[in-house]
Design a protein around this ligand. Structure first.
Ligand code: PLP
Length: 416
């Protein structure tokens, strides 16, 4: 899906705002998001499923900035959350608890209670212990929790091992045999109301075949349970559709929906989906400045003011992310650079072997940094986290101030 970051006369723009102006105003490093891109991607999912009852639940963990959640909430998006903190963000941003799906393998009793009190729509339960815990808490609160079991269909999503979740050796979900037993048990739990069945097999999936394999296995279970009198209102097909970082050709939401919807024909199931990366990924960039250029014996280094603490994907997954100049520098001689941060780790790099024409002081942008970017940032090396800016047409809004030193040491104490 295309985005609204475009070059005009050699200058990168976010919608109608020059990125260099944003850097000037808010400093670097700085994440810049495009409202129009977020909206386009949400609508792509919404329209792909328009022919059936459905609910798109944006996966908050991909980018949980309040303004991002607000933009999506205004479009009627639901939200997939994995913690009470994410629920509080959704509520603060104007999201509707009834359209929230609560996922995650380790929900605490406090989190479950809070979510029930707030009226969370669906709990995607990932273990027998969680099912019993949720039942007990719902009964204490004189309510019933609407659930789906997250089943693990044991299919290989053929993605990076750290973001593959649907294999039986992964910690997520319950296997199909256990799921069958737990659904039957759940019918006797007064605090539990069975609503649906869920699976999510991994992230950055480029192809629909793992979805189709997973769906076949899930639907076979749906049929076995139907024979035992258990009927579902919804099916949650998870998230995970990939984005283009380099030359990948991810399936578009429309083609993804066209591929799997026929399998659901005649079943009367509301379709839920939890896209994160596909909505937020190319709706954001990370803007950084070249602090200094260093010529080693065998390599050239562009040392920038962003680092692995700002954007972990290259270090964590050896992810290739595109790095482009914010403004063409016609005076500079092109050379091959390793783009590295100032953090004291050899793994602190954002890109290797990049052909760039730059001089010290130039601005660079990492493309497709809107998902799993800022949310994975840390304060390693006592670095404050970057500012976040949302562009809306010809306006740039600061949606998170850069962290100050005072922010960093808040809560710390020296001994008396
Ligand atoms: C992370 C996650 C998602 C979103 O995955 P993306 O690859 O960002 O689309 C959806 N559902 C669950 C349960 C998740 O853990």
């Amino acid at each position: 899906m295309s985005d609204h970051f475009v070059r005009r006369d050699g200058a990168l723009h976010a919608e109608d705002v020059a990125v260099a102006d944003i850097a000037q105003r808010f400093g670097t490093p700085c994440y810049v998001y495009s409202r129009a891109t977020l909206e386009r991607h949400y609508r792509a999912f919404d329209q792909a499923l328009a022919g059936v009852p459905h609910q798109v639940c944006y996966a908050v963990k991909a980018n949980s900035n309040l303004a991002v959640l607000q933009v999506l909430a205004k479009l009627g998006s639901g939200f997939d959350i994995v913690s009470a903190g994410e629920l509080r963000r959704v509520l603060m941003a104007g999201g509707d608890a009834a359209r929230v799906v609560f996922s995650g393998v380790g929900k605490t009793a406090e989190e479950l209670r809070f979510a029930l009190e707030q009226g969370v729509g669906i709990f995607n339960v990932e273990s027998e212990s969680e099912l019993r815990r949720l039942d007990a808490i719902a009964r204490q609160l004189h309510t019933r929790a609407a659930i789906a079991l997250r089943v693990n269909p044991d299919v290989d999503a053929k993605t990076h091992p750290y973001i593959s979740t649907g294999l039986k050796q992964n910690k997520f979900g319950v296997d199909l045999v256990t799921a069958e037993r737990l659904y039957l048990e759940a019918t006797h739990l007064p605090g539990i109301q069975i609503s649906g069945i869920a699976s999510h097999i991994g992230s950055q999936l480029l192809d629909v075949s793992p979805y189709l394999d997973a769906l076949d296995r899930v639907l076979a279970l749906v049929d076995r349970l139907a024979a035992k009198g258990i009927e579902f209102e919804h099916i949650d097909v998870g998230g995970g559709l990939g984005v283009r970082y380099r030359d990948e050709q991810p399936t578009e939401p429309e083609d993804w929906a066209r591929a799997f919807l026929p399998k659901l024909a005649g079943r009367n199931l509301k379709v839920m989906t939890e896209p994160g990366r596909a909505i937020a990924g190319n709706a954001g960039i990370l803007v950084m400045r070249v602090e200094l250029i260093k010529h080693g014996e065998t390599r050239h280094f562009a040392v920038v003011d962003a680092a692995m603490n700002d954007l972990l994907r290259p270090s964590l997954y050896q992810a290739w992310m595109d790095i482009v100049p914010v403004q063409d520098n016609t005076a500079a001689k092109p050379a091959t650079y390793d783009v590295v941060g100032p953090v004291c780790e050899t793994g602190d790099w954002l890109g290797k072997d990049r052909e760039l024409a730059i001089t010290e002081g130039d601005l660079l942008a990492v493309r497709t940094a809107g998902a799993y970017g800022f949310v994975m940032a840390s304060n390693y090396n006592s670095r404050g986290r970057a500012a976040e800016v949302m562009v809306d047409g010809d306006h740039a809004h600061l949606v998170r101030a850069r962290e100050t030193f005072e922010d960093l040491v808040r809560g710390e104490r020296v001994l008396p």
